[in-house]
Design a binder for this molecule. Sequence first.
Ligand code: AOS
Ligand code: ZN
Ligand code: ZN
Length: 384
Amino acid sequence: MTSTDALKRQEIELPSWAFGNSGTRFKVFAQPGVPRSPQEKIADAAVVHRFTGVAPSVALHIPWDKVDDYAELAAYAKEQGVRLGAINSNVFQDDDYKLGSVTNPDPRVRRKATDHLLECVDIMDATGSRDLKLWFSDGTNYPGQDDIQDRQDRLATALKEVYDRLGDDQRMLLEYKLFEPAFYTTDVPDWGTSYAHCLELGPKATVCIDTGHHAPGTNIEFIVAFLLRAKKLGAFDFNSRFYADDDLMVGSADPFQLFRIMSEIVRGDALDPDRGIAFMLDQCHNIEVKIPAIIRSVMNVQEATAKALLVDRDALKKAQLEGDVLEANAVVMDAYNTDVRPLLAELRESQGLDPEPIKAYKRSGYFEQIVKDRADGQQAGWGA
Ligand code: AOS
Ligand code: ZN
Ligand code: ZN
């Protein structure tokens, strides 16, 4: 497959929650035109797809996107020109989860949390979603607060019950995060813990790498390479970070890191949607206007991918085998330093899209329309 074909076939999944209001624990700044329902979030996601051509699915978050009829929601998405993607569970928002969800010392709370995860699989049956994305806020704040080993056992038990409920074509994505909201121990703090649980569970369980969930300086592309080789890489939650889990636009803080990640993906021949890796965004647009920010994020992933596809693999292999360190590095840097924007503009034109998606979106009048149409009612926000 040529690089152009690979770029045409690329798929990036959008998170429904990125279209809602969000902020920090200090302040949520509401924006005009923000969706008031799951349907309106899907409509906005469909607009991003319309202008970029590479964002055909939208991930839901339960219960933030709770509806009575999920099959109907899937049909609505289809009408809009997109499909429903990963179902994100939420076992971090209820008072019950103060001491954890599936790792909670209280069996009643563990049951409640596991039941929610099982309900998410029921929702996947209705939406036709392939992936259940699990992120646990579980952890402890103080040494001695709870038994770390017992908590691993409780986690394994819950994961197994949910794993056994998955249909033949369904998968579980286990996300890890170094810290926050727990500050002493986190029950799934790193890729190794996630990988070990996924290995124990079986082939339908794979790791989700959220690029914002590591210690500063972590070599994320190494994790990508390792998991690809082990066939345990299931998905990305893309975003950028300067400090911790900042959830800024992917490719904004460190475009070179994004290129290095995509280079491993290309090296592992894992870009094509048929290979089963979900490239999702997990971002919050707290101060910037949301739809253009999401279009920008999609374009940033495309640019990193286009550069990764430009790496002269034969020249690189030759330099590596000859031990020519400088040349090998030069081959990689040549690709990174290429301006791929004209190439992507051409590609869009060849697909009948506007070469400049953000400008085209701004001209479209969609923003003015949603500001008018959504002037009243309760806007969706983090947690609603
Ligand atoms: C939390 O830090 C994670 O990144 C999760 O992916 C989370 O479920 C997502 O941000 C939506 O809440
Ligand atoms: Zn995430
Ligand atoms: Zn996160």
